[in-house]
Write a protein that binds this ligand. Structure first.
Ligand code: PDD
Length: 279
């Protein structure tokens, strides 16, 4: 596998990151994950818009212009000759002797890697997946796509240890925020799609924005509001979205089966519509 690191393309195995990179010592950086299908990078403008918002929120500079960055992403994808893949872009604040204080003029480090995409299995799509809920122990700026992912990683591992595909994180008032690396949705008793509104408590998923556009196009009513675990367990349908998983039906929330345990009709319509938007 070939990676782009600070100006050069080389094997991902080549040592290329400095030990005093602030990404390594302070998790001081942001990232994006983009999907490649049929060799084409999907929704790069939306991802770069979000990258710009993450950088701005942390007072970081762009490592290069948007145009050149787009070229680097395309070139890295081409060098890896993968048709269905995930691109990882990471920007850290730069290299400096370890100190909590930082200089505004540091030169950001840029890494771009690509790896093959493991799509959800046919079984996961047909039967839905299990999620377990747990307290949302992250910070108060979850709208920033920060590389500081320890709480997300621990939550995901705990979910996996409990046999679940994803952890749904729950705020102090009992409302689901999102998954450890995905957004969360239900369909309520009136057949309305429900998902948490944008705010500092969740990452504004690119798939989330595409999904709400798909809902609009399908004439499916949606409301952006929080929902509780009990509400999710009593919902008609539940699902999650992310760049890597697309739309994935949720069949079980904390061992309570959702409806008849099969993906619902709204989930299916949105999945189909989103697939058509992708083509
Ligand atoms: N995760 N919420 C969180 C906390 C996420 O980390 C992600 C994405 C999402 C969904 O966003 P999008 O639709 O833009 O992928 C929501 C990426 C894929 C990751 O960390 O690998």
């Amino acid at each position: 596998r070939i990676a782009y690191v600070n100006g050069a393309y080389s094997s991902v195995l080549t040592p290329a990151i400095r030990i005093e990179d602030r990404g390594y010592q302070f998790a001081d950086g942001v990232y994006e994950v983009l999907k490649v299908s049929g060799g084409g990078v999907r929704h790069i403008d939306r991802h770069l818009d979000r990258l710009g918002r993450s950088l701005a929120a942390l007072g970081m500079r762009w490592p290069m212009g948007r145009g050149p960055l787009t070229q680097v992403v395309r070139r890295t994808v081409a060098l890896n000759s993968l048709r269905d893949a995930l691109v990882y872009i990471q920007v850290t604040r730069g290299v400096a002797a370890r100190n909590h204080l930082f200089d505004a003029n540091l030169k950001p480090s840029l890494v771009v890697t690509v790896r093959s995409l493991k799509l959800p299995s046919a079984r996961e799509r047909d039967e839905g997946v299990k999620v377990v809920t747990m307290p949302d122990e992250r910070w108060t700026h979850c709208h920033i796509k920060s590389i500081s992912l320890l709480p997300n990683s621990l939550a995901r591992q705990r979910a996996a240890d409990e046999g679940a595909r994803e952890a749904w994180l729950v705020d102090r008032d009992g409302f689901v925020t999102e998954g450890s690396s995905s957004n969360a949705y239900i369909v309520d008793e009136e057949g309305r799609l429900v998902t948490r509104p944008l705010g500092q408590e969740i990452l504004g998923g690119i798939t989330r924005s595409l999904l709400l556009e798909a809902a609009e196009a399908e004439g499916i009513e949606f409301v952006e509001r929080g929902f509780t675990v009990a509400e999710a367990q009593a919902a008609r349908e539940a699902f999650l979205t992310s760049t890597s998983a697309g739309v994935l039906p949720v069949s079980t929330v904390d061992d309570r089966v959702i409806a008849n345990g099969r993906p619902g009709s709204i989930t299916r319509r949105l999945t189909d519509r989103l697939q058509r938007l992708e083509l």
